[in-house]
Design a protein around this ligand. Structure first.
Ligand code: ADP
Length: 163
């Protein structure tokens, strides 16, 4: 059984993330979508909310995707999961430098685990959780960018903020 770990903040999960998961399932039997508890970002959704939203967004992928929260060093988690690789999405050149640095650092920590990068469908290349939160906060239509459960959760989250 081949398994890949897809780490991230997923605040919240978007159709871009799901596109990457779908593509990874052409290469691996299982994807472990790993939500990092240790982050310098200030997430909008709690860890448990992000986990629940990711799980509810999987649809027909659900049987082959496990959503978990992890703490500590990614490479240790990947080994504990018995995974072969780390999966990351690459949208644009702007992602490259940080991803390159992280991949080489993880390789330094454990040479046997590779990082693989998948590019999303072109319509998702400009999509990020950050931009979704900006548009959602201002009441814009995000329905083509996120699963319906995420759209509803965003609407609830921002309901109290708008005049
Ligand atoms: P992180 O805080 O680790 O960057 P994110 O949840 O923002 O976590 O992203 C997780 C991974 O998914 C990253 O590799 C990121 O580049 C990728 N990703 C995010 N949005 C998209 C998208 N629209 N298309 C493809 N990959 C994406």
């Amino acid at each position: 059984m081949s398994r890949v770990v897809y780490p991230g903040t997923f605040d919240p999960i978007t159709n871009g993330h799901l596109d990457v998961v779908t593509r990874a399932l052409h290469l691996f039997d299982e994807v472990v979508l790993a939500i990092a508890a240790d982050t310098t970002k200030k997430p909008l959704f709690s860890l448990e909310e992000r986990k629940a939203l990711a799980e509810a967004s999987m649809g027909e992928l659900a049987g082959r995707v496990q959503v978990v929260i992890f703490q500590g060093l990614l490479i240790d988690f990947v080994q504990k999961q018995g995974a072969r690789a780390i999966l990351r999405g690459l949208r644009a050149v702007s992602d490259f430098e940080f991803e390159f640095q992280m991949a080489l650092m993880n390789r330094k920590l454990e040479d046997k685990i590779e990082t693989i990068f998948l590019m999303p469908k072109d319509t998702y290349t400009y999509l990020s959780s950050t931009i979704i939160k900006e548009v959602g906060r201002l009441g814009g239509d995000i329905s083509v960018f996120v699963p319906p459960v995420v759209e509803a959760a965003m609407r609830r989250k921002f309901a109290g903020e708008r005049p």
